[in-house]
Design a protein around this ligand. Structure first.
Ligand code: ATP
Length: 261
């Protein structure tokens, strides 16, 4: 579905991504993990078109998208939920969600249909519809941020640190929503500092370091990799994920892309 080949990109001349190769198959949840500054968020930015790669290829369902503008990429079914504080605090929850349907605003029937779908999938949009978004808790805000991106019925959702600043209960709610969306057919690519949660939720894992993909495999295989366990999971292999699902298939061991840590 989504494919990155040899993607090089950076800010103001320097290259942060140094030849990134990545694949997301349809209906998978892929979690990118890695140390601060590895380039994880930058990968999401090049996919959503906010940052143009200087070389390499990005394709969605076989179509090259690296040269497309962010709104053309949005129209092709890729939406990004930014790290946080993405709602307009003095606008209501309903108004914030409707903003997500800006590209389809002229088709009132479609807008209504999508809003009904969002209300059904994310109940807080109905129960807090008229409250200002600024009055919601962090976890509730995150749910509304995800709900807003559903207005375009995305095929691929990019999530940057969905767990950031959330308490365990809110985390479970957000993880549950991501899982439900995936079960309903949406492909998910997320970046997560909470490695246990991210790999617990995911079917596939990608470990990045220094602007490169270091390791790819099923989430289970990545969690069970002794080096990854010692680096990111406190020494034990990730047998108790924070999310509601233990993730994907157990076949297919991790594939090491480079050897240096
Ligand atoms: N807007 C920007 N302008 C200049 N440099 C940036 C910008 N955004 C990120 N960088 C730099 O790019 C590198 C990679 O950043 P990125 O946010 O992709 O890393 P990350 O792996 O997501 O890190 P973290 O886990 O800390 O969020 C860092 O060195 C960062 O300082």
């Amino acid at each position: 579905m989504l494919s990155l080949k040899g993607v090089v990109a950076g800010y103001g001349g320097g290259s942060v991504l140094q030849g990134v190769d990545l694949e997301c198959a349809p209906q998978t949840i892929t979690c990118i993990v890695g140390p601060n500054g590895a380039g994880k968020s930058t990968v999401l930015r090049v996919i959503s078109g906010l940052l143009k790669p200087s070389s390499g290829e990005i394709s969605m369902n076989g179509e090259a998208i690296a040269d497309r503008s962010p709104d053309e990429i949005l129209r092709r079914g890729i939406t990004q939920v930014p790290q946080s504080h993405a709602l307009f605090p003095t606008m209501s929850v309903r108004e914030n969600v409707l903003m997500g349907g800006y590209l389809i605003r002229k088709d009132r029937a479609l807008l209504r249909e999508r809003l009904d779908m969002v209300l059904e999938r994310v109940p807080i949009v109905a129960t807090r519809a008229n409250d200002n978004a600024g009055n919601l808790s962090g976890g509730q805000r995150r749910m509304v941020e995800i709900a807003r991106c559903l207005m375009l019925d995305p095929k691929l959702i990019l999530l940057d640190e969905p767990s950031l600043g959330l308490d365990p209960r809110s985390l479970a709610g957000v993880a549950g929503l991501i899982n439900e969306l995936n079960q309903a057919g949406t492909t998910v690519l997320l970046v997560e500092q909470n490695v246990r949660l991210g790999l617990g939720l995911a079917t596939h894992g990608v470990v990045m370091e220094g602007g490169k993909v270091r390791l790819t495999g099923t989430a289970t295989a990545i969690k069970d990799d002794p080096e990854i366990a010692s680096l990111y999971l406190g020494g034990a292999s990730g047998s108790s994920p924070g999310g509601p699902s233990s993730g994907g298939p157990s076949s297919g061991g991790p594939k090491t892309e480079t050897t240096s840590v």
